[in-house]
Design a protein around this ligand. Structure first.
Ligand SMILES: Nc1ncnc2c1ncn2[C@@H]1O[C@H](COP(=O)(O)OP(=O)(O)OP(=O)(O)O)[C@@H](O)[C@H]1O
Length: 434
């Protein structure tokens, strides 16, 4: 492996990378840094500029402006040397498919001046690595798409490059093949390769990438270690479900005050009954939960409490709280039993239906709460709700899926003032090549 091209810790470093196609700006000034040994997930929607960027890094396309260094080599000036340190796997398979698998790799090995028994041994090792040893004597065109992808990877590895550029390697693969591919990339990383792998699906890359960058409209929106990027782009939301008591429940022996059906129970100020405070050994905590029998009243009170929390940015109900077909005995005072009930299953009046159903609602009272902060913030939100007497039955983080985070970042490009990429009249490119 060629090791004499070190350029700090970065295997790839671009500054102000611009690529124009006529008047169209496919890359609008990219500063990309991929540390040595990283598996860098390069994510962006169709047309973002991923392929354009990868082709420039591979020395197959000239930048319009900006500087590009790979393993310390200049992608334009040192193009011949660059070809030796970079392995590029394009997003579609080449045309040489009327060859045997071995011939196909021998052909590419020869392009790098690799011939003879050593080259053949290397070829066989690579076929082993990508799981195609059993197909060595087959025609390339007889391989499945997943196998062709793996052969493409073997081809990109034939000259033992330091840096691998893989353009959408998992596209068109079935789930099992994707998992295999992922394993392969992990193996390559363990071998010390720097891997830049593109995809338009964030979750496809998230579990094996050490670093990630999101490209949209020719701009690198975020880039860095995956944990930091995900923390930065993730919109935090929680689903909070509240317990509803059966209508008419009087609080039982605990002596809690019943908030009657409708909102009249909300008149009860603050902690409803000091005598019901429960303490735990070594703690001064007290438990003053209010009892709600009306979902609308409960949610109104919860919104009121949440509105006072600066960390909460948005509150909404998950979907319209349609009333269910009126259950027998539903509505004010309809529940005859004395059992507190919540969405998790306890029933109203022992009749088999949860209290919210008995009250005529389609589901348990819930809110989706967006907040700024981390898990500790969510715990604090929970504590404040409980301290205000709200019967929190269930609380879970939601909406943090990678795809949502990705869409959120990409959509932010559409917001006024931020729509610049690929548009005429942009600030001039930096680092213009002479
Ligand atoms: N040779 C070319 N001539 C003109 N426009 C081009 C050329 N190559 C790419 N483009 C344009 O540049 C933009 C970026 O294309 P690119 O292929 O780099 O995107 P991508 O992120 O790889 O997209 P995809 O996920 O669809 O492969 C697109 O709008 C594309 O039409």
């Amino acid at each position: 492996m060629s090791g004499g091209h070190s350029h700090g810790d970065a295997a790839i470093e671009t500054r102000g990378l611009v690529r124009q196609f006529g008047r169209f700006q496919a890359l609008a000034g990219i500063d990309l840094v991929v540390p040595r040994g990283a598996v860098y997930g390069f994510i962006g929607p169709n047309g973002a500029g991923k392929t354009t960027c990868l082709r420039i890094l591979a020395g197959l396309l000239d930048p319009t402006a900006g500087s590009v260094r790979v393993c310390g080599l200049d992608a334009v000036r040192d193009r011949d040397e660059l070809a030796r340190v970079v392995g590029y796997m394009p997003d579609f398979f080449g045309v040489y498919d009327d060859l045997l698998v071995t011939e196909y790799l021998d052909f590419y090995a020869a392009c790098y001046g690799l011939r003879g028994p050593r080259a053949r041994r290397l070829r066989d090792d690579l076929l082993e690595l990508v799981g195609l040893a059993h197909k060595a004597g087959e025609m390339v065109h007889s391989l499945s798409r997943g196998m062709k992808q793996r052969l493409g990877l073997a081809r990109a590895l034939i000259h033992d490059p330091e840096v691998l550029l893989l353009d959408e390697p998992a596209s068109g693969l079935d789930p099992a093949a994707r998992i295999e591919f992922r394993e392969l990339i992990r193996e390559l990383a363990a071998m010390g390769k720097t891997v830049l792998v593109s995809s338009h699906i964030l979750s496809e890359l998230a579990d094996f990438s050490t670093h990630v960058g999101i490209l949209a409209r020719g701009r690198l929106l975020v880039s860095g270690p995956i944990d930091r990027v995900l923390a930065a782009v993730r919109r935090r939301s929680a689903r909070i479900r509240f317990a509803l008591a059966a209508a008419g429940w009087d609080g039982g022996a605990a002596g809690r005050v019943t908030a009657g059906a409708g909102s009249q129970g909300l008149g009860a100020p603050g902690p409803v009954d000091g005598s019901s405070a429960e303490t735990w050994p070594g703690r001064e905590a007290s438990f003053n939960q209010q009892v709600f029998t009306d979902p609308a009243a409960l949610l109104a009170r919860a919104r009121e409490v949440l509105a006072r929390m600066p960390e909460v940015t948005h509150v909404e109900e998950p979907e319209p709280r349609a009333a269910a077909a009126a259950a027998p005995g539903a509505g004010a005072g309809g529940g005859a039993g004395a059992t507190p009930a919540d969405a998790a299953g306890p029933t109203a009046g022992g009749a088999g239906a949860p209290a919210w159903a008995a009250a005529g609602y389609a589901r348990a009272p819930e809110l989706i709460v967006d907040y700024e902060g981390d898990e500790a913030t969510l715990a604090a939100i929970n504590a404040q709700l409980v301290a205000a007497g709200l019967p929190v039955a269930h609380l879970a983080e939601v909406g943090g899926s990678l795809e949502e985070a990705f869409l959120h970042v990409v959509e932010s490009l559409e917001e006024p003032g931020s729509r610049q990429a690929g548009q005429p009249g942009e600030p001039g490119p930096r680092g213009v090549r002479s």
